[in-house]
Design a protein around this ligand. Structure first.
Ligand SMILES: Cc1cc2nc3c(=O)[nH]c(=O)nc-3n(C[C@H](O)[C@H](O)[C@H](O)COP(=O)(O)OP(=O)(O)OC[C@H]3O[C@@H](n4cnc5c(N)ncnc54)[C@H](O)[C@@H]3O)c2cc1C
Length: 288
């Protein structure tokens, strides 16, 4: 069991990791080796102290060098769920691995894509965020996959191995995956409908001549870079999709702290770095 698990390798998570290391705590950090899509996308950053007019890519390179110098390795497994136990936490990855820690820092960022109407109410009843966790449930079934990033295209392939028919709604350019049972639809869905379980994915109007306004589906997979923190961790108090935190970055769950964009606006590097630092110090206090 490690002292702390950090979910997210953006600047909030990295700041927390560097501070935990300085405080001589053991930890694991989950995210991606390329650290954060949001930093990658930034053309020029003007408002970060000490770095004038740096590009997102230059910022990433500097962070990667710093992590490598500090011998901090980012674990690339995607976190599917975090569970509070009597003592500590268990984290489950999409690949089915489990990790234990005494404390947790959620630094998972926010997804800029808005939720689709009906999405939240059908979670566990046909709406899933994890291809490898739930894909087998849709063997020989028809599913829709809304995917916001090319990075998760391999998960679409995994789902297409099970499902009979996959409607892929990509929110990115240059779709590369091609399978006989995948139909690509380039239109934003409006609503997930059903009764006890998901029955349809509805568009505001028919997306194409041979495709109806409502797709009859058995399930809808939402493949996003970030999952809402409340879905990641049951019982976590949120408001408008943001984790509710105190000044010490504590959440309503004892031993669970949060930092960065996931705690609310402004969405800025300096705020995320500061909160990551405070969260790590609070974890160190908590562990005492
Ligand atoms: C185009 C653009 C330009 C910007 N320019 C500026 C600027 O000039 N100045 C400024 O201050 N701010 C800027 N921002 C905002 C800034 O990028 C964010 O405030 C900052 O990245 C937030 O850091 P974070 O660590 O909270 O989250 P993120 O950077 O979003 O990192 C979250 C991390 O969590 C990981 N993650 C999420 N869920 C999971 C999971 N389930 N399992 C494993 N890992 C997970 C993600 O992969 C990612 O690595 C810009 C944003 C964009 C999009």
């Amino acid at each position: 069991m490690v002292d702390c698990i950090i979910v997210g390798s953006g600047v909030a998570g990295i700041s927390a990791a560097l501070t935990l290391q300085a405080n001589r705590k053991t930890f694991l950090i989950f995210g991606s080796k390329s650290l954060s899509e949001k930093i990658e996308k930034a053309e020029k950053i003007h408002n970060y102290p000490g770095l004038s007019d740096v590009s997102g890519k230059e910022f990433i390179a500097a962070l990667q060098t710093q992590l490598s110098d500090a011998k901090i390795e980012v674990n690339e497994e995607k976190v599917a769920g975090v569970y509070a136990l009597k003592e500590g936490f268990t984290l489950l990855t999409q690949g089915g691995e489990q990790y234990q820690s005494r404390a947790v820092i959620l630094a998972c960022g926010v997804e800029s894509v808005k939720q689709i109407e009906g999405e939240e109410s059908f979670v566990g009843r046909g709406v899933s965020y994890c291809a490898t966790c739930d894909g087998f449930l849709y063997k020989d079934k028809t599913i829709a996959v809304v995917c916001t990033t090319k990075r998760l295209e391999h998960e679409i392939g995994y789902l297409a191995d099970f499902a009979e028919k996959v409607y892929l709604i990509p929110m990115y350019k240059n779709v590369e995956i091609e399978r006989e049972n995948i139909t690509v639809i380039r239109k934003m869905p409006a609503k997930i409908e059903g009764n006890l379980r998901v029955e349809n994915l509805a568009f505001a109007s028919a997306p194409a001549e041979n495709i109806p306004e409502k797709l009859p589906v058995n399930g809808v997979f939402m493949l996003r870079e970030s999952v809402s923190p409340a879905i990641l961790m049951g019982g976590l108090q949120t408001e408008n999709g943001h984790v509710i935190v105190g000044r010490d970055m504590s959440t309503n769950i004892t031993g669970c702290f949060a930092a960065g964009d996931c705690t609310g606006r402004p969405y800025q590097y300096a705020k995320a770095v500061g909160e990551g630092n405070v969260a790590a110090h609070s974890v160190s206090e908590f562990l005492k």
